[in-house]
Design a protein around this ligand. Structure first.
Ligand SMILES: [Zn+2]
Length: 274
């Protein structure tokens, strides 16, 4: 994992970990990965140079099964789509949990994924917690835009900037975009259906990176830098416009599932216009 290396975090001892840190990164995955690294350091069984990465606690942490590491993220609504916000109820639940002793580690860790999506009530509840943090608790707030957090919340936390990938598209997204474009380029609906069945994008960040990678590849095909298969120039233009439209929808918070449905419905029509 070449991206992992960029956010590798080590501490001389777990005592160096502050009680509240904002992990800011344009990439949600990078912020989460950094949070998991710090969480592992907080529960690692070694006394020095944590996380060791090999002890029982580290392994549980990296496998996301450590009972003292809790991740709070947006919950799905009745239709299965993610809600737009992290609610005050979720933060109250966290607050209650934070008052209880850790199960097996010396500390409890709470990772708040997309912390800037806490609504104002949730942020105020979080603020109370940050003002009087229970002992042995570590809060890690993952954000892509720290400016959306209340100033009062920000001022209670250390801020760690996690640098993103230079070109904004990671290996996984590039592979996904390659597979998608191969299916579209084949001109066979069955291949597109197979790709749909195998992939469903439901995370904003992953969808964004997939669209970026697919737009880049489509531009390469338009300029002749990559073979375009069965696709004619007008098909490529339609494809580019479709991906660009999806990208715009994502920016105005259209649910990735809807974007994915649109992308699929429209992809099937590309190349069939004779
Ligand atoms: Zn360890």
């Amino acid at each position: 994992m070449r991206r992992g290396a960029a956010v590798s975090l080590r501490f001389e001892s777990a005592d160096q970990i502050g009680h509240a840190t904002i992990l800011s990164s344009p990439s949600r995955e990078d912020a989460l990965r950094a949070a998991r690294e710090i969480a592992a350091a907080a529960v690692c069984l070694e006394k020095k140079d944590v996380p060791c990465g090999v002890c029982r606690a580290c392994r549980k942490a990296f496998n996301k099964v450590h009972p003292d590491i809790v991740t709070v993220s947006r919950l799905p609504d009745k239709s299965g789509s993610l809600r737009r916000e992290i609610s005050v109820g979720q933060i109250r639940e966290l607050t209650l949990d934070a008052q209880t002793l850790p199960n097996e580690a010396e500390r409890k860790v709470y990772i708040i994924d997309e912390a800037e999506l806490m609504n104002p009530n949730a942020q105020n509840a979080a603020l109370k917690l940050l003002e009087e943090p229970p002992p042995r608790v570590v809060f890690l707030l993952c954000v892509s835009n720290p400016g959306l957090l209340l100033e009062t919340v920000r001022s209670r936390c250390a801020v760690l900037n996690i640098s993103g990938e230079e070109d904004g598209a990671d290996e996984e997204s590039r592979k996904l975009a390659d597979a998608y474009l191969r299916a579209v380029r084949s001109g066979e609906p069955a291949q597109v259906y197979r790709w749909i069945a195998g992939n469903e994008l439901n995370k904003v960040d992953a969808t964004n990176r997939f669209l970026d990678a697919a737009l880049q590849k489509t531009a390469d095909m338009l300029c002749g830098r990559e073979p375009a298969g069965a696709l004619r120039r007008e098909d490529l233009m339609r494809l580019w416009q479709l991906l660009d439209r999806c990208s715009d929808y994502l920016k105005v918070n259209v649910n990735p599932r809807h974007i994915f449905s649109l992308l699929m419905a429209e992809s099937l029509r590309i190349g069939e216009s004779e």
